[in-house]
Design a protein around this ligand. Structure first.
Ligand code: 5AD
Ligand code: SF4
Length: 404
């Protein structure tokens, strides 16, 4: 979401004639788009802001914008007091008002053209935000507080955005939202929206991130089975494999329900790759709870998992006290080892298969299951080609382009 927001911010600059640069000494303005999902993310963002003091001294006319979730959490008053050289603070809830902050500093836009910026993905892939905020309120999570409750963009706007991205060269669309599959608007649900986006001429692959296990409706599996352009990959955060912890986290599902959902989706789309997020060391997590998480990795056959140590973000007096860091570290390294073992098995299963690869460079691309794949020859940026998988290195498949 932050990457998508950063692209919108870059587009707002582009409407005033600015271009993006990596070189601080060339910049007229610096935008720090902050995260606060874990304490470490917030600390990194804040030290980044602190380092800009020197830049501002050397470039007194330069403008500094601090935006996003940490800006929302810490507040303009605090940030401007601590860092008086910051010009504008725009919290995540008000990110749509970024345009106003920019107008204050640099005047009105020169054009109303959308001027999409693709800063984080190769040009054939475009992010399209379909919802903002989250109403789920998982016990550990700061997102609902800093981004506000879920709001859904109208289907018409989403389709228009997707069409504009295709027009500027995208072949793959990634729909974004905190509980992306909870999207609904009027009588249209998430599967209905997917159909509308798939009907946009030129959309060759459709992904979305991140769904929540609770929100898939009956019609989704049917659409997945019928529509090969829907990516054969889901990033479906499990967070824990322990029923007791899942309940404390207020996730709304059991490990059994999670596994059953995977079974159903894999029946609709054989070979569906599933990746996930885990939090280790949730307050009160026992060794037995943790082992349930470890066991889930193999049972669910995850292709990849982001694993995080629990970081206290919410004020919830009923929570057990935090686990010692040494325990969290030890569990994290065991979990990472298990994820590595299972993801290797899942990767190896692809050898010998034929995959459709969307190339990002002449020799590198991604399969529908979101595996990285490399070829020696035959690819071209932006092309979608059939590739026979011949082997696998650490995290990457190797293959040969099959002549059509
Ligand atoms: N501590 C650790 N990880 C967290 N996440 C969200 N909140 C916390 C927290 N307080 C993780 C979840 C989520 C991902 C984006 O960040 O796994 O899916
Ligand atoms: Fe946070 Fe995701 Fe839970 Fe929403 S669904 S509260 S964003 S972890």
């Amino acid at each position: 979401m932050n990457e998508a927001d950063s692209e919108d911010i870059a587009a707002a600059f582009a409407r005033r004639g600015f271009a993006v640069t990596d070189e601080l000494k060339k910049a007229d303005a610096v935008v720090v788009n902050t995260c606060t999902v874990r304490q470490r993310a917030e600390d990194k963002a804040i030290s980044q802001v602190g380092r800009l003091r020197v830049w501002k001294e050397k470039h007194p006319g330069g403008k500094i914008f601090v935006v996003g979730c940490a800006a929302q959490k810490l507040g303009a008053k605090y940030l401007k007091q601590r860092f008086p050289f910051v010009d504008e603070v725009v919290g995540a809830k008000a990110i749509a008002d970024f345009e106003d902050a920019l107008a204050d500093q640099f005047g009105p836009a020169e054009t109303s053209e959308a001027a999409h910026k693709n800063l984080f993905r190769s040009p054939q892939t475009a992010y399209v935000t379909i919802m903002r905020g989250c109403s789920h309120r998982c016990s550990y999570c700061i997102v609902p507080a800093v981004r506000g409750p879920a709001t859904f963009l109208p289907a018409g706007e989403i389709v228009k955005d997707a069409a504009a991205r295709v027009k500027s060269g995208a072949r793959e669309i990634v729909l974004l939202g905190q509980t992306v599959n909870a999207w609904k608007h009027g009588n249209t649900g998430f599967a209905g929206l997917l159909k509308k986006v798939l009907a946009v001429p030129g959309v060759e692959r459709l992904r979305f991130m991140s769904p929540h296990p609770l929100y898939f409706k009956e019609d989704f599996a049917g659409l997945l089975a019928a529509e090969p352009r829907l990516a054969r990959h889901l990033h479906l955060p499990a967070q824990s494999g322990s029923d007791r912890i899942l309940k404390e986290m207020r996730r709304g599902y059991t490990r059994g329900q999670y596994l059953k959902l995977l079974e159903k989706l894999r029946a609709a789309a054989p070979g569906l790759a599933v990746s996930t997020d885990f939090i280790v060391g949730y307050p009160g997590e026992t060794e037995a709870d943790f082992r349930d998480t470890l066991a889930l990795v193999g049972e669910a056959r995850f292709s990849m998992a982001y694993c995080f140590k629990y970081s206290p973000r919410t004020d919830r007096p009923e929570m057990a006290s935090d686990l010692p860091d040494a325990v969290m570290e030890e569990r994290l390294s065991r979990l990472l080892a298990e994820v590595k073992r299972v993801s290797r098995l899942v990767l190896d299963e692809r050898i010998g298969k034929i995959e459709e690869v969307l190339f990002e460079t002449a020799d590198y691309g991604r399969t529908s299951g979101n595996f990285s794949l490399r070829v020696k020859t035959g690819g071209a940026p932006g092309s979608l080609l059939k590739v026979k998988v011949t082997g696998a290195d650490r995290n990457t498949l190797n293959g040969k382009v099959i002549a059509e």
